[in-house]
Ligand binder design. Structure first.
Ligand code: SAH
Ligand code: SF4
Length: 347
């Protein structure tokens, strides 16, 4: 019924349609297409948030450099290796290492060393995803050679005008650089993941439909996209909380996020789509709902519990493990669960 939805106009109309029956049918069709294409299966990525130290100042993010209220932390190599071992022993198949953005040699060299150590401790079995922001071609190449094979970097908003409203106007926050990183990752051979925030101030339905087409045109391998959640200690969060900038209600941001997942699954049946943690801020069942609407990746947080509250990207951040119900889905333990799209492109 919905599989032919391809054009900006059709996608915009589907995003605008808030009829409950329409939305439920969309989720069901996308979930069924996932089952037929990649199976009725969820893969896990143990998420380790290694540090909230960040050199950037994205206007929406709670760990932006200028937020003096954030208590900064960095976990030790031992803690990271412990989490990796835990993920391996639990049969998660993959680890995802995320942090604020740093590009100094001490940081990039440390990551190279850690990737090699994690590969060694699992005999090469644990897949490694990195989500460490914008890095040089050389650094991305070095990390790939060290053994990591997937990289997540959201475009955040694919419309450059909207992107400019969400970031300070300087070289550190250039849309073009972010896009270049996606291209560099692709040329090096990474499995490339991107995504956007949903329900941002100034964002239109056309923008969201454009985001879906951007991901399709880039032929992305993996996607993580979720609702924007205002953080009170950020410029954008303050505008939303004071009412100066208007965003959709929580219920509408949840529905929009689920519809984005479902529409993307219909556009790109064989990619990996994550049920993102931010969904859980809006509804305790948020991740399960996204899986029903076509997502196939869940990222249980396995960061040391002492620092979890400090990786405070947005307000009300939950840190659930994979025990969150996944409905009828099978879990692909001890498997990498690589994007089928990637496999068919490189084979
Ligand atoms: N520093 C890296 C990775 C950590 S940030 C990077 O920026 O790529 C990971 C993601 O958190 C960002 O891509 C952004 O989409 C999301 N994020 C940040 N603040 C958010 C907010 N207030 N609401 C929802 N998502 C947010
Ligand atoms: Fe730093 Fe990423 Fe947050 Fe931007 S979104 S401030 S780069 S952690």
């Amino acid at each position: 019924m919905f599989e032919g939805l391809q054009s900006l106009k059709e996608l915009t109309a589907a995003l605008e349609n808030s009829d409950r029956g329409f939305c439920e049918a969309l989720y069901a069709e996308a979930g069924a297409l996932r089952d037929r294409t990649i199976g009725n299966k969820v893969h896990l990525r143990g998420l380790v948030e290694i540090s909230n130290i960040c050199r950037k100042n994205c206007l929406y993010c709670g760990i932006r450099a200028s937020n003096g209220c954030a208590t900064r932390y960095e976990i030790s190599d031992d803690e990271i290796l412990y989490a990796a071992k835990f993920a391996f022993e639990q049969g998660y198949g993959s680890l995802c290492i995320q942090s604020g953005e740093r590009t100094d040699a001490a940081f990039t060299g440390r990551i190279t060393k850690l990737v090699k150590q994690i590969k060694a401790l699992s005999g090469g079995a644990l897949g490694i995803t990195l989500s460490l922001g914008e890095q040089s071609f050389e650094t991305l190449h070095e990390w790939f050679e060290a053994g990591a094979h997937r990289y997540l970097i959201r475009i955040e908003a694919s419309n450059p005008q909207l992107y400019a409203k969400l970031h300070p106007e300087d070289n550190l926050h250039s849309y073009e650089n972010r896009l270049q990183v996606l291209r560099d990752l692709r040329s090096i051979g990474w499995q490339v993941g991107s995504g956007v925030m949903i329900g941002l101030p100034y964002q239109t339905f056309d923008d969201l439909a454009g985001d879906l087409l951007f991901l399709k045109d880039f032929d992305i391998d993996m996607v993580g996209m979720g609702p924007y959640i205002p953080h009170p200690d950020t410029p954008l969060g303050r505008l939303c909380l004071s009412g100066e900038a208007v965003i959709p209600s929580e219920a509408d941001r949840l529905t929009l996020s689920l519809k984005m997942v479902a529409l993307l699954r219909l556009l790109m049946p064989d990619i990996n789509i994550a049920a993102t943690t931010a969904l859980e801020v809006l509804d305790p069942q948020g991740r399960e709902m996204a899986v029903k609407a076509g997502a196939n990746i869940v990222m249980p947080n396995i960061s040391p519990s002492a620092v979890r509250a400090q990786y405070d990207l947005y307000e009300g951040k939950k840190n659930l493990t994979e025990s969150a119900a996944l409905g009828e889905m099978e879990i692909g333990y001890n498997e990498w669960g690589d994007s089928l799209r990637f496999k068919s492109r490189v084979s």
